[in-house]
Design a protein around this ligand. Structure first.
Ligand code: PEP
Ligand code: MG
Length: 316
C-alpha cells in the first residue's frame, strides 16, 4: 500500500453523511455549502446555517470537516440571486461574490464559527481565489467575526484552520505567498483543468478537450504538490480526479497524501491504493509525465491496472 494516504469525503447534502463517513472516510475533505443554499428559497439565516453546519460536524463524529464558503456563480446559480453574465466561469463567482457582499459573507463565517464552538473539527476553505488580496480580506472578515462572537457570547471560540482552493492557475505561481497566509491548499482539479486548458467544463462541444490527464495538467499538479511541500503547506485534492482510479494512482505517485472524493468512489480507491506500492507508482509517473497527450497517459494507466489484475476497477 502506498503509505499514509488519507481518504476524505466530498459532501453537500446532509442525508447519508454519517453512514458514508462510517464506511471509512478520514473526515469530510469538501463540504459544499452552496448545496444547502440552493435548497432554500432565500438566503438561509444565521441560525438556519448554524443548524446545518452543526449537523454536518456532528455527522462527521470527531473527524475534520473542511467547509467551503459559498461557491455560487459559474455553473451554480441560486434561484433567488440571479446573475446574468456572458462568461459566468470567468465572472462573479466564489470568493469574489462573497467579498462583494460582506453582509452575507459575515453571516456565513459567523455561522461556521458558532457551529464549531470550542471544537477543533472545522476548517474553512475559500473557493475561486485568484489573488492574495482576497485571502487577506477574508482573513480580516474572519477575524472580525471571531472577535465579535467572542464578545457577544463571552467565550473564546477555537480559531479554525483556513485554506484556499487551488483552481485559478495564477495561484500556482504564488504558493510561497499563499503559505504565509493560510494553513492548507485544496486542489480543485475540475476548475484547474478548465482554466489551464481554456475549456468550459460544461460545454458539450468541447468536452473531448476537457482532460485532466493532459500532460500539461499533470505537470501543474506535480508542481503544486512539490511547491506545497517546499513551503510546508498542507495540500489535498478534492476535484473529480481524486476519485478516479487513474487519477488517484497518479496523485499518490506525485506525493499527494490526502484525496477527497464522492462516496461512490471511496471504497474503490481504498481497495486500489492498498494494492500498489509507492515504488511502482513512482516508476509509472516518470513514464506518464513523458507522454504527449492524455490518451497515451490513459493507455499506460490501463496497462498498469491490467498488470496488477485491477482492470475491473475501470469496467466493473
Ligand atoms: C473543483 O473545481 O475541482 C472543485 C472541487 O470545485 P467544484 O467542482 O465544486 O467547482
Ligand atoms: Mg471548483
Amino acid at each position: 500500500m502506498a503509505k499514509g494516504i488519507q481518504l476524505y469525503l466530498n459532501a453537500g447534502l446532509l442525508s447519508g453523511i454519517a453512514s458514508e463517513i462510517a464506511e471509512g472516510a478520514d473526515g469530510i475533505g469538501l463540504y459544499r455549502t452552496e448545496i444547502p443554499f440552493m435548497l432554500h428559497q432565500r438566503f438561509p439565516s444565521e441560525s438556519e446555517q448554524i443548524d446545518v453546519y452543526k449537523q454536518v460536524l456532528s455527522a462527521a463524529g470527531e473527524r475534520p470537516v473542511v467547509m467551503r464558503t459559498l461557491d455560487v456563480g459559474g455553473d451554480k446559480p441560486l434561484p433567488y440571486f440571479p446573475i446574468k453574465e456572458d462568461n459566468p466561469f470567468l465572472g462573479w463567482r466564489g470568493i469574489r461574490l462573497s467579498l462583494d457582499h460582506p453582509e452575507l459573507f459575515l453571516v456565513q463565517l459567523r455561522a461556521m464559527l458558532q457551529a464549531a464552538g470550542k471544537g477543533n473539527q472545522l476548517q474553512i476553505l475559500l473557493p475561486m481565489v485568484s489573488n492574495l488580496d482576497e485571502i487577506d480580506q477574508t482573513l480580516t472578515y474572519l477575524e472580525q467575526a471571531f472577535t465579535e462572537l467572542n464578545q457577544e457570547l463571552n467565550t473564546i471560540l477555537v480559531r479554525p484552520k483556513v485554506g484556499v482552493m487551488l483552481e485559478v492557475p495564477a495561484l500556482l505561481y504564488q504558493l510561497h505567498d499563499v503559505a504565509k497566509r493560510v494553513d492548507f491548499v485544496s486542489v480543485g482539479s475540475n476548475d484547474l483543468t478548465q482554466y489551464l486548458l481554456a475549456v468550459d467544463r460544461n460545454n458539450p462541444s468541447v468536452s473531448s478537450l476537457f482532460d485532466s490527464y493532459h500532460p500539461g495538467i499533470l505537470r501543474a499538479l506535480k508542481m503544486a504538490v512539490d511547491e506545497c511541500k517546499q513551503y510546508d503547506l498542507d495540500v489535498s485534492v478534492c476535484g473529480e480526479l481524486a476519485g478516479e482510479p487513474y487519477g488517484a494512482l497518479l496523485l499518490v505517485a506525485m506525493g499527494y497524501h490526502k484525496l477527497s472524493m464522492n462516496q461512490a468512489s471511496l471504497a474503490r480507491i481504498n481497495y486500489l491504493l492498498r494494492r500498489v506500492s509507492q515504488q511502482e507508482l513512482s516508476e509509472l509517473l516518470s513514464t506518464v509525465l513523458c507522454q504527449s497527450n492524455g490518451q497515451q497517459v490513459r493507455t499506460l494507466l490501463g496497462q498498469f491496472l491490467q498488470q496488477h489484475d485491477l482492470a475491473d476497477l475501470i469496467n466493473p
